[in-house]
Design a protein around this ligand. Sequence first.
Ligand SMILES: Cc1ncc(COP(=O)(O)O)c(C=O)c1O
Length: 392
Amino acid sequence: MKYLRFKSKRKISYGMQHIFNSDLSYVLKSLKQEKITQGINVDKFESNLSNFFGSKYSLAVSSGTAALHISMLTLNLSKGDKVLTSPISFLASANCAEYVGAEIDFCDINNLTYTIDPEKIESKLKKDKKIKAIVVVDYAGHPADWKDLKFLKEKYGVRLINDNCHALGSRLENKKNYAVKYADIVTQSFHPVKHITTGEGGAIITNNKEIFEKAKILRNHGIERKKKDQKNKGMWFYKMSYLGFNYRLSDINCSLGISQLKSLNKFIQKRRFIAKKYNSLLKDVKNIILPFEKKGFYHSYHLYPLRIDFKRLKIDKKVFFEKMFKLGISLQVHYIPIYKHPYYKNKYRIKVKNFPVSENFYNQVISLPIYYSLSQEKINYVCKSLKSILCK
Ligand SMILES: Cc1ncc(COP(=O)(O)O)c(C=O)c1O
C-alpha cells in the first residue's frame, strides 16, 4: 500500500476549523476595544444569531455544554424528573440532566437518519410520567423528526431541547428557523470542529422570554441588577437569587463568532460538496451505507457518518482504523453509545438489547474527514485508501 501514502506529513483529521484573514482582522480589532469581555461584541453576536435563526432571543455562553446545563435549569428540571436523549450523541447531551440531579434515560435511534426515534419515545412517555423533557440531537446535521416530536410535546406536555450542536444551518422544509419553531430551547456549540467556531463557545436560542431572562442571570453567577433596586439601595447594588455560574463568552470569542457567521453559507456549501463527492466516489463499494438525507430535510454535514458492515467484510474495525491511520487518515467514531460509558452503565444498569439500532450503528459507523479546507486531492485519497482496504 506504499504507493498510496499521501505527500503531506500532517494527518488528515476528521474535522478542523477554518480561519480566514478577515476573521483575524476582526478579532484584532476587538482586542483594541475598551471592553474585551461583557462588551458590544457579545450583544452583536447574539443579535446576529437571532437574525440567523429567526428567534426572539439568543445568549452567548462559554460552551455547548454550558448551554445544555443552563437549559435544564431554566426548565426547572431536578431530582425526581427524568430526561430522555439519544445514546448516539456526545456525552454532554446526557450529562446536563445529571448536573441538575435529574435522571437520564435513553431512547433508540432511527435506522436511516440516526436521530432519536419518536415512536420509541412515545412508548416510553405512555408508561413513565416522570419524563419531563427530551434532549433531541440533530445528529451529524440531519434534523430529527421535529413534527412528530412537536406532536408528542403537545400530547404528553414534555419540553423539547434541540441540541443543535451539529446542525447550525440545517433546514427543515427549506426553513432554517425550524429549530426555534419546534423546540423550547436550541443549543449551539462553537467548538473548532463545528460549522463555525469561537475557539470554545456556545449559545442558547429561544423564543421564550422567561427562559431567556433566567438563562441570562444563570450565565452570570445568578446575579441580577435591577434599576429599581439600584435607585433605592445604591448604584452598586445587585442580588443573587439563583445559584448561577460564570458561563460568559468573552468579546474576543464573540468577535470571531461574528466574523465566522458571515462565512456560514460558504462553510455549509463546502461540506455539502464534500458529502456529494464522497457519495459519488463510494457509491459502488459493497457492504457500506452512505449517509441519508430525508426528503424535505437539509443536511449540513457536520459529520459524514459512513456505515461499514465489518462483520460481512470480515474486517476488524480496529484494524481498519489502524490501517487508515498508517495511511495518514485520522478517522473518528461518533459515537460510543452514551449508555456504554461506566458512569451510566453502573448507575442505570442499562440493557443493550433495548438499543438494537444504536448497537448496530456503533459497530459499523466511522466518520470520514469533512471540513472547509479539505481538498479534492485529499477527498480522492481518502476514498482510494478506504477502497484499498475494503475492496480486496
Ligand atoms: C451533540 C453535541 N452536544 C453538545 C456538545 C458540547 O459542546 P461543547 O464542546 O461546546 O461543550 C457537543 C460537542 O462536541 C456535541 O457534539
